[in-house]
Design a protein around this ligand. Sequence first.
Ligand SMILES: [Zn+2]
Length: 176
Amino acid sequence: MGTMGLETMLIILAAITGVLAVVGVLVVYGTVAKNEWGVNLDRVSCPRCNTPAPTPPEPRSFRQARWGEWTCPVCGAEVDKWGRELPSVAPCGRVMSAAQFGAVLKKWTIITLPAGYFTLSLLFYWVRGWRPSTWVEALFQLTLSIVETAIFTVLYLLAWKLFERFFLAKKGRDPR
Ligand SMILES: [Zn+2]
């Protein structure tokens, strides 16, 4: 039953790697797109009164602690980690414009498509009968899946950029 044990461990390893890959993609994309998942090392200040963000951070809620948001100690504005003011009371049903919806769609596909691709590529190896028998082979298979996913993600981003440039520009809309 030695191979069964290895297979179980491989599934766990693949799951952990998959989760790490998704978080990694989220953080990298979040930093580029300046969303809540990103990392901002620059000091920001209040967009209303220019008061610098408190250091060390003084989160006033779990949400603030998690996403690096803060409340201006002078004017009380809710600010995100990128120095943009947040609506203090979030509306219940968010009404989005087409452009906003496009941005949200992009955000979600950028997360779910690579994650799905990664899972499928591993699945295909297994369906094709490539079951690694050693740890080295298993790591090689995982690396191959990660590289494939990275290439897929880059191609997807390029395709989206081209789509935005040619399709949206033709319609006379600001791609941002
Ligand atoms: Zn302020």
